[in-house]
Design a protein around this ligand. Structure first.
Ligand SMILES: NC(=O)c1ccc[n+]([C@@H]2O[C@H](COP(=O)([O-])OP(=O)(O)OC[C@H]3O[C@@H](n4cnc5c(N)ncnc54)[C@H](O)[C@@H]3O)[C@@H](O)[C@H]2O)c1
Length: 259
């Protein structure tokens, strides 16, 4: 299925994990892909994977916390292709720190990347989508935006913020036929989760591997997610099959919150 032929998808956090999987999914389905990330080599590697699938690509160094960087990247995409049909805001961090360990700069950094970064990228593409009278924004929130657990204070706050922000963006886009939705992944096997597994495991008197296994056991589906399973839902939210679906925060968590 090639649902995005001649469409342009801009993906932040494209160098790794869910962003990388989304870039590849949209490339498979015929889109032109702009890969935005702060990590140069891995970002270019994603672009190479997309080109190997036949996609045109643009690799852009973009720090989503920096307004000039975001505006420059969006201008580069418009300069090359003249349109933006899809924005996937996937750039994010998770420190796995207990509340009392979160310094003010660390709090600020998580909010800057996970929430302000979504604000800046959404703000940069909304006028383009209004002008086009079409477009889909998909912001990566988290299960942690709807519920929470230990060592997630600044992360949960940022991800709840993404849900509220997405709803307001959806309201502003709706009269123009464009949509904005949030995806709330459960634990997904990416660098982010692997990177904090040992630290969170220690808080629970476990190894990182034991903690990952516990998270899998806690899930009704008895396993963690793979990044491509998030990309499939993101692609649906960018497709014509979801034209009347907006302002939602969709749990893609193997039934975790439900249970
Ligand atoms: N993996 C999970 O279990 C999980 C669960 C819920 C939500 N999420 C969310 O999904 C999104 C993707 O997570 P992931 O697991 O793929 O993480 P990841 O660490 O694999 O990828 C995140 C990417 O964001 C980039 N990034 C970080 N700071 C940036 C900045 N300032 N500007 C531009 N890029 C920046 C990183 O370089 C990296 O390539 C995040 O927003 C995350 O919070 C992930």
């Amino acid at each position: 299925m090639k649902r995005f032929v001649d469409q342009v998808a801009v993906i932040t956090g494209a160098a790794s994990g869910i962003g990388e999987a989304c870039a590849i999914r949209f490339a498979e389905e015929g889109a032109k892909i702009a890969c935005l990330d702060v990590t140069a080599a891995a970002n270019e590697a994603t672009a190479v994977s997309c080109r190997n699938l036949g996609a045109e690509t643009l690799t852009l160094h973009c720090d989503v916390t920096d307004e000039v960087s975001v505006k420059t990247a969006v201008a580069a995409v418009m300069g090359k292709w003249g349109r933006i049909d899809v924005l996937v805001a996937s750039a994010g961090i998770y420190t796995g720190s207990m509340l009392t360990e979160v310094s003010l700069p660390q709090w600020q950094r998580t909010i800057d990347i996970n929430l302000t970064g979504v604000f800046l990228t959404n703000q940069a593409v909304v006028p383009i989508m209004i002008e086009q009278r079409r477009g889909s924004i998909i912001n990566l929130s988290s299960m942690a935006g709807k519920t929470s657990w230990i060592a997630s204070a600044e992360y949960s706050a940022s991800k709840s913020g993404v849900i509220g922000l997405t709803r307001s963006v959806a309201m502003e886009l709706a009269p123009y036929g464009a949509t904005a939705n949030a995806v709330c992944p459960g634990n997904t096997l990416t660098n982010m989760v692997r990177g904090v597994a040992d630290k969170i495991g220690r808080l629970n008197d476990m190894t990182g591997e034991e903690w990952l296994q516990m998270r899998a056991n806690d899930c009704p589906m008895q396993r963690l997610a793979e990044p491509w399973e998030m990309a499939g839902v993101v692609a649906f939210l960018a497709s014509n099959d979801s034209r009347y679906l907006t302002g939602q925060a969709i749990e893609v968590d193997g039934g975790m919150i439900m249970s």
